[in-house]
Design a protein around this ligand. Structure first.
Ligand SMILES: [Zn+2]
Length: 449
């Protein structure tokens, strides 16, 4: 049992309670007690350890609801290009070549980067060449080995819409592979590791596979994670093929429910928003990626007004997985939709990065807020850095002034992963060295093609 004292706590409970002079007590993997210091009945002498928070800010573990960790092996390559060119000239040639070891290193690096920015749960969207199906096991293994919690959304393509042949799989192969992955990984490590169904995009998905994977998602009670209306041309292509919009088609197949993830959703119609709100489907907003690729300004203010639930991710075309940066963008970019500075508040952005992510993965009773009985996934954020001084409002500083260098301590299930800004068991130096060495080999293979 341990205690963290002398902290302000942004609980992200139902009414966004802020505990100014807070104390939290953790027993095993759970929050035993949280509240104001004056009402704390627990005695320091009965604790195994007492941590002084030095008047810093404690927040729930952050949930990065959309990234592609393995893409980060191509960090910095092919910049300043449109989405399609970035994919075809840079990402796909590398992804087609990546082997099991490289997938492991990319995912491991990605999870450490996420942990460094206070992320304790990640949805990692990964697809690979058809010949390298086993790479997905490396991604799961890296998740287990780094100690982060998460969900691997194994992507697939079975309709060739300008996608390299290397990535094409048959519907039968996809179904067989999902069954294998779910049986091997879903709900493992005490439920910390999960799998997820993920047609990459309706553009690359046959009606046959959509029927089958929707059924599989129900069978395994799994999330269904897919890119929706990211670029404007996609909406036109789907309209030409089906005579309908993305969400209308996906809903007809029964994919849209409370575990459905509509990633991006930059070009949603009002009707699509109504369907999502009615079915409690989740939009996953990736403001940094939308800005970098000039995808557009997602109508987040309209979505929120219409009752659509919105979680937050970094995505890959962003070049970092700093969820603190993404939280700031989630608060300020939606203001451009209607030139409304009240479109999304800082508190709402924090909810998107925590409890709304927890709802997206169906774990809102376990994670996403700091409340008695929940898992102790916690992040202590430094409020004494130059850019956080002075500190009139800690939550305002968290959203508008911090960056990942302010993350002091990270706990997952009560186990400390980062202490005073340093990883306890994982080595940044080792993974940096290993990735750089392996990239020389991968670069040579890709260039020789
Ligand atoms: Zn993506």
């Amino acid at each position: 049992m341990f205690m963290i004292k002398n902290i302000t706590i942004a609980t992200v409970d139902k009414v966004d309670t802020i505990i100014e002079k807070g104390v939290i007590v953790i027993e095993n993997e759970k929050i035993l007690w949280v509240g104001e210091v004056d009402s704390c009945q627990f005695k320091e002498e009965n604790m195994d350890k007492v941590i002084d928070g030095y008047n810093n800010l404690l927040i729930p573990g952050i949930i990065n609801a959309h990234t592609h960790t393995v893409y980060y092996l191509m960090r910095g390559l092919g910049m300043d290009k449109p989405l399609k060119t970035w994919l075809s000239d840079t990402i796909w040639p590398y992804l087609a070549e990546i082997n099991e070891e490289e997938a492991y290193l990319g995912a491991y690096l990605g999870y450490m980067e996420n942990l460094r920015s206070g992320v304790t749960y990640v949805i990692d969207n990964y697809y690979m060449a058809a010949k390298s199906k086993q790479n997905v096991d490396s991604v799961f293994k890296a998740m287990v080995d780094t100690g982060i919690k998460g969900m691997v959304a194994r992507g697939y393509h079975d309709l060739n819409f300008n996608v390299p042949e290397d990535f094409m799989e048959t519907t039968d192969e996809i179904v067989t592979e999902y069954k294998r992955i779910f049986n091997k990984w879903h709900g493992t490590k005490g439920g910390r590791i999960n799998a997820c169904i993920s047609p990459v995009n309706l553009l690359y998905t046959t009606v046959d596979s959509l029927e089958k994977t929707t059924k599989l998602a129900k069978e395994f009670d799994a999330c269904f994670h897919t890119h929706v209306a990211e670029a404007k041309f996609e909406v036109d292509k789907i309209q030409a093929r089906f005579g309908k919009t993305f969400i209308e088609v996906l809903d007809e197949f029964g994919a849209v429910n409370e575990k459905f993830h509509s990633v991006h959703s930059v070009w949603l119609s009002k009707k699509e928003m109504s369907i999502l709100a009615d079915r409690e489907g989740k939009v996953i907003y990736n403001p940094a990626s939308n800005l970098l690729l000039a995808s557009g300004i997602a109508p987040i203010e309209t979505m929120l007004q219409r009752g659509v639930q919105v979680a937050l991710g970094t995505d890959a075309p962003n070049n970092n997985q700093d969820m603190l940066e993404s939280m700031k963008l989630a608060a300020i970019l939606p203001r451009m939709e209607n030139l409304d500075p009240l479109a999304v508040s800082g508190k709402q952005a924090l909810r998107m990065a925590t409890i709304e992510g927890a709802k997206a993965v169906g774990l809102e009773d376990e994670i996403g807020s700091i409340e008695i009985g929940k898992k102790a996934d916690l992040v202590l954020v430094n409020m004494h850095s130059l850019h956080n001084t002075p500190c009139a409002d800690k939550v305002a500083n968290l959203i508008y002034s911090t960056n990942q260098s302010d993350v002091l301590n990270v706990w997952i299930d009560g186990k400390e992963i980062i202490e005073d800004g340093k990883f306890l068991d994982l080595s940044p130096a080792n993974i940096v060295r290993d990735v750089n060495e392996q990239m020389k080999i991968l670069n040579a293979r890709v260039q020789a093609k």
